[in-house]
Design a binder for this molecule. Structure first.
Ligand SMILES: [Zn+2]
Length: 104
């Protein structure tokens, strides 16, 4: 086996899927209180390939990347929405007496 140098794995996004045991909640209903879901290390996510819990040292960077992607996507969506909103707010002079007309 080839000896590895540097980090044990490259930081690349692994396909994750919602944990079927806790349905992505990260915890399950115990007898007296909610318990951390053991099937997914309480993350709500498992490896899509193996269906197993992702080890914590790998899970954290994976979730970090996922969160960054989601945040960037959200920012893009918000920006797109903001653009349409701004256009809506602008006076397009289509209304009576060059007032704003938006059609609703
Ligand atoms: Zn779970």
């Amino acid at each position: 086996m080839k000896k590895q140098h540097g980090p044990a794995f490259r930081r690349e996004l692994k396909p994750l899927m919602e944990c079927s045991t806790c349905r992505g909640a990260g915890s399950t209903e115990g007898v007296f209180h909610r318990l951390d879901c053991l099937a997914c290390n309480a993350s709500g996510w498992v490896c899509r390939v193996t269906g197993d819990a992702v080890p914590l040292e790998e899970l954290v960077p994976q979730l970090s990347m996922k969160l960054r992607n989601a945040t960037a996507e959200l920012a893009r969506a918000t920006q797109a929405q903001g653009g349409a909103h701004e256009q809506y707010e602008q006076n397009n002079r289509r209304g009576a007496g060059a007032s704003n007309y938006t059609g609703d």
